[in-house]
Design a protein around this ligand. Structure first.
Ligand code: SF4
Ligand code: SF4
Length: 503
């Protein structure tokens, strides 16, 4: 029986501009002169290097280990020699430079010994998660959340439905479409492995209506255990909350996670990476990247992680003498790149070249309400804008700033050309910084009070006025214990700075 689909609020019909890249087979991007692998290509703690300068490494060899539960390792994406471990540009607006391991390739692209898992269905889901973690897999849909963490949530909670998301709703981006067309067997097998790892009752693979070749490729492979669904082409249908709403009618509660309603969502490329990890023991060392827009040969490329963006642009006929605006990601949610020597990482899905243009002048809000009509989360974007602009952090949060998925629909329709998403991103980073500062101050205050209580206790003990243990003040005891715990934690941190409590 055909699944009934549900509409999500708001959204936009956009020109897709996908025809140039989705019909052409992908190309293998040549090996670059240098591979630059950031230690943080995922959400969570950066990985910790386990190789030294001058060391020879092979493709697929772990070169940095995960440094906590929410962290994944980094693997060499080709064979060669480690020539640097230090700060390099990575194109992240918040941290433009980050620690990276640099490999000078030897041109042999020689693999490390890798260990496949035979008969995954008989393997305990937790073991499967460990394999996926050790292969460094982080969500390839763009968020970069460590896949094993999401799988673990599935094991600890009952999962009714696993959704494999092939809905690539941003204009221009076709890397998932192309991956499905070329590697549909990996996607379907990976979906089955993830379903086993989270013990899901149902598994759905969703693609957009304008992906007919992908749909046909998947249709040949799915059986009764997987439902294949086409969803209408409407931006942002590929957003996790919007896709869940369309497929199930359920809404993820504000501030909640999809697992709270028994649903987990993984991207199609993540499913393919899981397949490679489990059946071949292959770590995540490459990905599909769409290079498109104002270039002579727009194409999807299979790129080794760590390859510089400008190498990919050259392959696709980027005219270096022209004035251009380079976007990392799509036109709606991507970020403007100011330099091209930054590397492709696990979350790089698209490089879009657009003609350089002056942004339209920002005008005052005329309270037209257009932004409200298109918001897929049913927020009040103009109210959020007022509070973000005036740095009223409490009010911005009261209007659910952190539920905003930064889809850009509101800014797209705003007749006053207000860069609304930039205001929201700025407000979110200000609130996050204030929260970190508050936590730091609370921590210092607790330690100060605990220390005073301890000194006072020692003083009274010396003067013979220490109360019997049974009669000692409970608050004082708590302060003493808290101080002792803090001192032990400090000592551990000094020994191993990675024991920061993320586990
Ligand atoms: S669309 Fe722009 S001008 Fe209209 S209410 Fe929203 S922020 Fe104001
Ligand atoms: S960017 Fe945020 S506020 Fe604007 S439409 Fe998208 S979810 Fe709504």
């Amino acid at each position: 029986m055909m699944r009934a689909l549900h509409a999500f609020p708001g959204g936009l019909h956009l020109e897709t501009h996908k025809e140039k890249t989705c019909a052409e087979s992908s190309l293998l991007q040549p090996l670059p002169e240098r591979i630059v692998l950031p230690l943080q290509q995922h959400i969570g703690l950066p990985a910790e290097p386990i190789v030294g300068m001058g060391e020879r490494v092979r493709k697929g060899q772990m070169i940095a280990r995960a440094s906590g539960y929410v962290s994944v390792p980094v693997h060499a994406s080709t064979s060669g020699t480690i020539v640097d471990i230090g700060l390099h540009p990575v194109g992240n607006p918040a941290t433009p430079d980050a620690r990276c391991i640099v490999i000078e390739p030897d041109g042999r692209d020689e693999w490390f010994e890798i260990q496949p898992v035979h008969e995954y269905a008989s393997v305990d889901p937790r073991e499967l998660q460990a394999v996926i973690r050790d292969c460094g897999i982080a969500g390839l849909g763009g968020a970069g959340f460590p896949t094993h963490v999401k799988l673990n949530e599935g094991v600890e909670n009952a999962v009714d439905t696993l959704i494999i998301n092939g809905v690539e709703c941003e204009p221009y981006i076709t890397c998932d479409d192309r991956l499905i067309q070329e590697k549909a067997t990996y996607v379907v097998a990976g979906a089955r492995m993830i379903a086993h790892a989270v013990q899901a009752k149902h598994c759905v693979i969703a693609v957009e209506e304008d992906m007919p070749q992908s749909f046909a490729a998947l249709e040949k492979l799915v059986e009764d255990d997987i439902e294949l669904v086409k969803v209408p082409t409407r931006y942002p249908a590929g957003g996790e909350k919007q896709l869940i709403k369309m497929l199930t009618g359920f809404e993820v509660p504000s501030g909640g996670l999809s697992i709270h309603i028994g649903i987990v969502v993984h991207n199609v490329a993540t499913a393919a990476a899981v397949y490679r990890a489990v059946t071949r023991g292959e770590p995540q060392v490459s990905r599909y990247v769409t290079v498109t827009g104002d270039v002579d040969r727009p194409r999807n490329l299979q790129v080794l992680l760590g390859t510089p963006i400008h190498d990919c642009l050259r392959t696709c006929g980027f005219r270096e003498d022209g004035e251009a605006r380079i976007i990392l990601g799509g036109p709606m949610m991507g970020t403007h790149l100011r330099r091209l020597d930054i590397p492709v990482i696990k979350t790089t899905n698209c490089v879009l070249v657009q003609p350089a243009r002056e942004p339209a002048a920002e005008l005052p809000c005329i309270r037209c309400g257009d932004c409200v009509d298109v918001c897929p989360i049913k927020l009040l974007p103009q109210q959020l804008y007022w509070h973000a602009r005036s740095d009223d952090q409490d009010e911005a949060q009261r209007y659910h700033l952190f539920d905003c998925i930064e889809c850009g629909c509101c800014a797209y329709v705003c007749p006053s050309h207000i860069p609304l998403v930039q205001y929201y991103r700025h407000a979110k980073s200000r609130i996050a910084a204030a929260e970190r500062q508050r936590q730091g101050a609370d921590h210092a205050r607790t330690r100060f009070l605990a220390r005073n209580a301890r000194l006072d206790r020692q003083e009274r003990s010396r003067n013979g006025a220490l109360p019997a243990a049974a009669g000692a003040d409970i608050a004082e005891k708590r302060a003493y214990i808290s101080d002792a715990v803090e001192r032990v934690r400090d000592r551990r941190l000094q020994r191993d700075p990675n024991q920061g409590g993320d586990d």
